[in-house]
Design a protein around this ligand. Structure first.
Ligand code: NAP
Length: 263
């Protein structure tokens, strides 16, 4: 049985994956809000547990999908529900280590740290996964769960804060780029709804082209920039305005904030 503690944006995206892999009858959840409980039961056809401890007792895989600020409160609440049964605990909180979680649960859980992202809601997530040292839990089901909502990579835990940069926070940067591109198109007369569709599909198609051809972004960019053409003129303006530098600085800010959360 797999159980979700917290069914907000990420929790519900992962519930869709869990239903595909384990089935509705083997997926349960707990969320403190009665309205949320009702909505999740109606939307996914899965059972709500009485509370977080009840959920832990019923499950062999537990996904912690609450905000990092309340994670330790939840760990304190559930730790007495763990016994000698080997239970896998998956945390998706940024900046909180497997060692911190394991210690908060009196070393009674097998901990996995995952950094997912919101495109998991449409089955196109990118999830970085790190198993705690000496992990003896259910690695196979963990991989199946995250592969059901997109792609996965396994990383050493010392790279998990960098993963918040690479895939956790970065969808927001992509949306800002799409919005800016659409604004540029609206400026020259394209209606807003068509501009959003054109910009979003261009990002989707470009990403797909890169993943499917295995070519580097530089190769694909060069292929679009014909000598003396329109695209190289636009590219030059992006360089003049430090587009790459701004993106890398945004990544620095995400990384620094994540490191501070660990402290
Ligand atoms: P969210 O939408 O705010 O969802 C959190 C859920 O936890 C809410 O449904 C909340 O219920 C519930 N909750 C609060 N207290 C609880 C308790 N004591 N027991 C059980 N459930 C409780 O947050 P989110 O964006 O899904 O984030 C969840 C985790 O994923 C966080 O660690 C976040 O950093 C991580 N993450 C998020 C993203 C992202 O882009 N959103 C990406 C990567 C990782 P109420 O609403 O009723 O309070």
């Amino acid at each position: 049985m797999i159980g979700f503690i917290g069914t907000g944006k990420m929790g519900s995206a992962l519930i869709s994956g869990a239903i595909k892999v384990f089935g509705q009858e083997y997926t349960v959840f707990y969320d403190p809000s009665e309205n949320t409980q009702k909505a999740v039961t109606e939307q996914y056809g899965i059972t709500a547990c009485h509370n977080n401890r009840d959920l832990v007792r019923r499950c062999d895989i537990i996904v912690l999908a609450v905000k990092p600020q309340i994670l330790f409160k939840v760990l304190e609440e559930i730790k007495l529900a763990f016994d000698d049964e080997p239970r896998t605990v998956i945390s998706i909180a940024p900046g909180i280590t497997t060692a911190q979680i394991s210690s908060a649960l009196d070393h009674k859980a097998q901990v996995v740290r995952v950094m997912p992202n919101t495109p998991a809601m449409v089955g196109e997530g990118m999830c970085a996964i790190s198993f705690a040292e000496g992990f003896k839990g259910d690695a196979d089901s963990t991989m199946k769960l995250f592969n059901a909502v997109g792609r996965t990579v396994i990383l050493h835990e010392n790279l998990m804060n960098a993963s918040v940069v690479a895939n956790g926070s970065s969808p927001a940067f992509v949306f800002i780029f799409i919005e800016a591109l659409a604004d540029g198109a609206v400026k020259y007369g394209i209606p807003r709804d068509k501009a959003y569709e054109m910009a979003a599909q261009t990002v989707l198609g470009s990403a797909k082209l890169m993943l499917e051809t295995g070519k580097t972004p530089a190769e694909l960019k060069d292929a679009v920039c014909s000598p003396g053409g329109t695209t190289i003129c636009g590219t030059a303006v992006l360089e003049e305005n430090n587009f790459r530098g701004a993106v890398i600085k945004a990544c620095d800010a995400v990384f620094e904030k994540t490191q501070n959360m660990e402290k």
